[in-house]
Design a protein around this ligand. Sequence first.
Ligand code: SF4
Length: 168
Amino acid sequence: MLALALLFILISRVMKRNVKRLKIKHKIQAGKITYSDLNTPAKPLFSKRYRISGKPDYIVKRNGHYFPVEIKTGNHYEPKKNHIFQLAAYCQILEENYGGFIPHGILIYSDTSQQFKIPFNPKIRFELESTVNKMRKSLKTGKIKRNHNDSQRCKSCSMRTYCDEKIN
Ligand code: SF4
C-alpha cells in the first residue's frame, strides 16, 4: 500500500514537471484559462458596440483580470499592426462579455518565440474605433483599397482568391 502511494506521488511529480516544461515551451500564460479555441473550436464572442465577433486563441484570468492571448505563426520579431488590432478587438469583446476593465492582450509569435504585452490603452481604443468605422464605410461604398505593399502578406492571405487588390 505504501509502495503504491509512493509510486502515485512520484508519477504526479513527474507529470507536474512535464506540464511546467510544456507551459514554458509554449509560453502558456500563468493564471486560469477560461476559454480556449486551441484544442477544440470554441464559440465566437461578440461585441455589440462594434458588431464584430472573434475567437481569441485562449483567455486567461489572472489577479481578477481577464486577457486574451493570440498565437501567430510567422518570422516576426516585432508586433504587426494588423495583429495588434486583432488583439485590441478581442480586448474590446472581452470587456463587453466578461465585464470590467481588460488591461492588455498577449501576442505570441510561435516561430520566433517572441511574446508581446499589448496594452489596451486609450490610444489603441481610439484607433480601433476609427479602423472599424473606416471598414464599415468601405463595406458600404464597396470601395476597398489595399493599404500595404507587402506581397508576402498577400501570398498567405485567406482572401486572396476573392481580392482584386492582391499583389501577385
Ligand atoms: S490579398 Fe487582398 S486582402 Fe489579402 S492582404 Fe493582399 S490586398 Fe489585402
